[in-house]
Design a protein around this ligand. Structure first.
Ligand code: 13P
Ligand code: SF4
Length: 350
């Protein structure tokens, strides 16, 4: 089986969220704030969302985080309705963990190229061909793929989980991100059969251009998300999930940071390091297509107008509410719970 064949060839990027005037933004923020209180609802946003959306989550008592933190916060919160601003797998994860809550999204069409690159049926067939392997999948997958897996991991905890499984002598199937998979394999030495999808944002960071940028800023530290190509990861001072990169940005002594991840993270990076110079890593250079140009086209679908629409749409429009088939949900919950339990134990050990 040629694993790379599952990466969709001609991805059509969606239209970004509506462009609003300052006046319109103020108006939407006011209306959304009222609706959130009325509906006992909260906004949960990923770090890659547009600034307006992250600011709304902050000002209305919601949450901003990486994919693991979003899942944990949603599960623990007492809100009846969660507006998940991110991409579909994040909304599905919230529903899997909190089936009693109404999970809404600004758009259910907010995809992820990793999720699209790992169709459940083909993946399941592949797993069937290797029945002795433990199946570990990244959170950036559909509920059906999570249901087929033994473990779900996020980038913040993937190394520790694979180290643990490797120490038990397990051989693994890994899906779907090829770069994160090879990074984990290099670090842990685990035996991993790796699916070959990629993130359209991180895959575009260019090592040669980064080398030149580093020469221009020799005092800068380089922060890299592990969905980036190996040659870029090799140049990093810190490799980590979005939250781990933010933490490192604060503690590193460097006054300049070159950042290889989605530019949405600059909203929180600027707050965390107001005195540091922040530079986005290059997506230009030899072989560059710069289609996403360091911002996820599906994250960009989340906007104030779309959040308002999600809160006011009737139940049956099929445009905003996340549903997960109950049989799939229960299976996916098993593999997600392994992740959550593991992460609690790890936190307890620190
Ligand atoms: P984090 O798990 O680091 O938040 O990244 C997930 C991701 O790629 C979201 O697009
Ligand atoms: Fe998926 Fe990449 Fe977008 Fe994250 S940034 S949602 S991994 S396409």
């Amino acid at each position: 089986m040629n694993l790379s064949s599952f990466m969709p060839k001609d991805l059509v990027y969606p239209k970004a969220a509506a462009c609003l005037t300052e006046e319109e933004k103020k108006d939407y923020i006011e209306k959304i704030s009222g609706l959130l209180k009325e509906q006992n609802a909260a906004v949960i946003a990923h770090y890659y969302c547009n600034d307006d959306v992250q600011a709304l989550a902050e000002s209305t008592g919601g949450f901003i985080g990486d994919s693991l933190e979003m899942a944990k916060w949603g599960k623990k919160s007492s809100f009846d309705r969660l507006i998940v601003c991110g991409v579909r797998f994040m909304g599905e994860t919230a529903k899997i963990l909190s089936p009693e809550k109404t999970i809404l999204m600004p758009s259910l069409k907010a995809e992820c190229s990793l999720d699209l690159g790992c169709p459940a049926e083909e993946f399941s067939e592949f797993c069937d061909q290797h029945p002795n392997r433990t199946v570990v999948v990244y959170a950036n997958t559909s509920a059906a793929v999570k249901a087929r897996a033994d473990w779900v991991v996020t980038s913040s905890i993937a190394i520790q989980v694979v180290e643990h499984l490797h120490s038990l002598g397990k051989e693994l199937i890994w899906a779907p991100d090829r770069h994160l998979g090879s990074y984990i394999e290099r670090l842990t030495g685990a035996d991993m059969l790796r699916w070959q999808a990629h993130c359209v944002v991180h895959d575009e960071f260019k090592a040669q251009a980064l080398e030149k940028l580093k020469q221009m800023h020799p005092d800068a530290a380089v922060l890299v998300h592990p969905e980036s190509p190996a040659a870029v990861v090799e140049m990093a001072d810190v490799v980590g999930s979005t939250s781990q990169l933010l933490k490192a940005a604060k503690t590193l002594p460097n006054s300049k940071l070159i950042v290889a991840t989605d530019s949405g993270i600059f909203y929180k990076l600027q707050q965390a390091c107001p005195d540091k110079e922040l530079i986005i890593a290059p997506t230009q250079g030899e072989g560059a297509t710069c289609k996403s140009c360091a911002h996820c086209p599906w994250m960009a679908m989340n906007g104030l107008k779309e959040i308002y629409e999600a809160l006011t749409a009737g139940q049956d429009t099929g445009l905003h509410e996340v549903h997960v088939d109950e049989e799939i949900r229960v299976k996916a919950l098993n593999s997600l719970n392994r992740l959550l339990d593991f992460s609690e134990k790890l936190a307890g050990r620190k």
